[in-house]
Design a protein around this ligand. Structure first.
Ligand code: NAG
Length: 307
């Protein structure tokens, strides 16, 4: 009898145990990414600080967009490149994007001469060279890391300090999201990154989708090579992309099935759509003429729409 009563009360106990947790403010370490990524993340970080969480942002000293805020602490580490180097290499990178067909973009991103990615992937080495900063993170006993996975540094930091991590991202290069979360990704229905296919593929497109998948498997390792070398050095063991991406506790994905295509997801992948870059002004009011008054009415109204 008694065990049954206890089992019956279990949900109540769980609620009582968990309830204070929801109201508690946490100590959050933020490892962001520069540029447009930061527009979006900053809005969330500001909100978290506003809600009473203690937020510390750790970022490179050289930055385009990341400044200071009165609402949270910012800690910087020095880099080997200057702002001019970064801007110059980024311009070289973006200029080359215009000259490339969409289908060839994967190979372009993976060019070994891609210095801008080398700069980003070297960030974590610089962070871990700053012994004072590492000691500070160690002593601060953060509850979690909130990170942008682009330069992999947040993933490395979460693993190094064995902290739970929340990823905030539009997506992840190559196949690392499906691999890290162990989501199935049937190639007949889930179009690959940059394939420009939809979820309804012809037989020919499905074959191409398979080929793109194998292309990713072959070449994506090169893309992350510099970052993984840094990770292996920092964590003092051979680190694979899977080791880093699978450590993530929660994936907050700024996307949804309207923008992408339906695909299997895991319970720790949460679509939060809608937030991207700067908050926009509200859309202006658009009056919608009624097209329900028959064929000729539609024609009359269509004529009035200025071209
Ligand atoms: C800091 O928070 C206050 C109150 O929430 C807000 O008005 C202000 O804009 C915030 N500062 C920045 C730099 O966003």
């Amino acid at each position: 009898m008694a065990p049954a009563v206890w089992t019956g009360l279990l949900p109540l106990w769980m609620c009582l145990l968990l309830a204070p947790g929801f109201a508690q403010a946490g100590k959050l370490l933020v490892i962001p990414m520069d540029g447009s990524h930061w527009f979006t993340m900053n809005a969330v970080v500001e909100k978290l600080a506003h809600r009473g969480h203690e937020v510390v942002v750790v970022r490179p000293e050289v930055s385009w967009r990341q400044g200071k805020s009165s609402n949270y602490t910012v800690k910087t580490y020095s880099t080997s490149y200057t702002l001019e180097d970064l801007s110059h290499q980024f311009k070289v990178f973006t200029d080359s994007q215009w000259k490339t067909r969409a289908q060839d973009r994967l190979s372009l991103i993976m060019k070994p001469s891609n210095d801008v990615l080398k700069y980003f992937f070297s960030n974590c080495r610089h962070l871990f060279n700053d012994k004072k900063l590492i000691k500070y993170i160690e002593d601060s006993s953060f509850d979690a890391v909130f990170l942008d996975p682009f330069d992999m540094c947040g993933l490395i930091v979460a693993k190094y300090f064995s902290l739970p991590s929340v990823v905030f991202s539009r997506g992840v290069f190559c196949h690392y999201l499906e691999e890290g979360t162990q989501s199935p990704s049937p190639l007949s229905y889930v179009p690959r990154f940059l394939s420009e296919f939809s979820d309804a593929m012809t037989f020919r497109q499905r074959v191409w989708n398979h080929i793109l998948h194998w292309e990713e498997r072959l070449f994506c390792a090169y893309l992350l090579q510099v970052g993984l070398e840094a990770a292996s050095e920092i964590l003092q063991t051979t680190v694979t992309a899977y080791d880093l991406y699978s450590h993530t506790s929660v994936w907050l994905l700024r996307s949804d099935f309207v923008l992408d295509y339906p695909r299997p997801v895991m319970p720790n992948m949460i679509f939060i759509g809608g937030i991207n870059c700067h908050p926009r002004k509200p859309l202006s009011q658009v009056s919608c003429p009624s097209f329900s008054s028959g064929e000729s009415g539609v024609d009359e109204k269509a004529k009035q729409i200025p071209h």
